[in-house]
Design a binder for this molecule. Structure first.
Ligand code: PMP
Length: 374
């Protein structure tokens, strides 16, 4: 039996997405830039996916730009925005719990002379005022994720962005929405973001494709030069198969966001109830976080427990998969002590997760706690 509980790392592509990929690989394999019919058909497939993603995000299709994934979207958004601002505004505000594709981009800009202000939560909670108070004439960008990928914390993005924009309309607002898109009801207009990063493989599409939403009228500079695809914002021949697969997954999920949220909420409650009977377990995720991500600690080293569970066909994560298990410091930011960080496990729910799977996970976790020495 395979119990896949690592959906925040990546998801199983849905049938519709895989079929769309296959169709573009085997039949619709033209280059969208070619002037003949096969090129046009490929362009139509890209535009159809663009429309599906735009509809889900509640924006116009022309605001969606395809990339190779959210790592690229985040780099493009941040580097592209500060470069478009020129050398006048040198301050950037960012949360201290961002994914490495944001935090390391910030480190690199800091090395180039930007002032990067990192805002930490207090007692596990972000205060919108802490971000807003930092904003000033000299600020060019503010970047905040919607849902933290390690703990499921939801950041006060909307509140911060609207307050910042009211006082300083020149500040570009960016949101890494990877763990929120198609899971929470996220609309571009309600987030109030100028730039939104999305990834395909977290929502049952394939790996290697993502998108950046750019609000109409907002100007960013490209970070890749070349053939001027995607209106010059992201040069390089479009990956028609991956883009078509992304569009199909979004189309499939679009009508069930509320239903799936409800289901994830029930599953989280079910899991927490089962875990409450295990003395060694503490929960690092907040009650009001995303129901799709549950981070726990259990007084046994994460990697040892992870492999114990794996031997039983259960797949979870010891943190952010992108860092290959290395600690990112995000748990410490949320007030988790070192000992609990060393024993953290992330369980992340997907479309196909069932109560029976979670029950099996808890049973094997208990067994692991008994068998693994502290
Ligand atoms: N941001 C967040 C919050 C993520 O969880 C991830 C993936 N772990 C990324 C960005 C990077 O996405 P991708 O794998 O598409 O580059």
């Amino acid at each position: 039996m395979t119990v896949y509980l690592d959906n925040a790392s990546t998801t199983k592509p849905c049938k519709e997405s895989a079929e769309a990929v296959m169709l573009a690989l085997t039949e619709n394999y033209g280059n969208p830039s070619s002037l003949h019919k096969m090129g046009l058909n490929a362009q139509l497939a890209v535009d159809s996916a663009r429309k599906s993603i735009a509809t889900a995000l509640g924006c116009e299709a022309e605001c969606i730009y395809f990339t190779s994934g959210a790592t690229e979207s985040n780099n493009l958004a941040i580097r592209g925005a500060v470069s478009a601002h020129g050398r006048r505004n040198k301050k950037i505000i960012v949360s201290a719990v961002e994914h490495a594709s944001v935090s390391e981009t910030m480190d690199s800009l800091e090395n180039q002379g930007y002032e990067v202000v990192r805002i930490s939560p207090k007692n596990g909670v972000f205060d919108a005022g802490d971000f807003v108070r930092e904003a000033d004439e000299n600020t060019c960008l503010i970047s905040m994720m919607l849902v933290n990928n390690e703990t499921g914390h939801i950041l006060p993005v909307k509140e911060v962005f609207s307050a910042v924009k009211r006082r300083f309309p020149h500040i570009i607002t960016h949101c890494d929405c990877v763990q929120g898109f198609m899971k929470l009801l996220v609309k571009a207009s309600s987030l109030g973001a100028d730039l939104i990063s999305l990834s395909g493989h977290k929502i049952h599409a394939v790996k290697g494709v993502g998108a950046l939403y750019i609000k109409k009228g907002v100007r960013i500079n490209p970070i890749i030069s070349g053939g001027k695809q995607e209106k010059g914002i992201r040069s390089g021949t479009e990956s028609v198969p991956l883009i078509a697969g992304f569009g199909s997954a979004v189309e499939k999920l679009a009508s069930t966001i509320a239903q799936r949220y409800e289901r994830a909420y029930e599953l989280k409650a079910f899991l927490l109830d089962k875990l409450s009977g295990i003395e060694e377990v503490t929960v690092n995720s907040p009650a009001d976080g995303s129901p799709y991500i549950i981070n726990i600690s259990m007084q046994r080293r994460s990697e040892i427990m992870l492999h114990y569970l794996e031997q039983n066909g259960i797949y979870v994560s010891s943190g952010s998969a992108c860092s290959k298990g290395a600690q990112s410091g995000v748990l410490a930011q949320f007030g988790v002590n070192q000992k609990d960080s060393d024993s953290a496990l992330r369980v992340s729910i997907g479309c196909e997760t069932t109560e029976a799977e979670l029950e099996f996970f808890v049973e094997k976790l208990k067994e692991g706690i008994e068998n693994i020495r502290t």
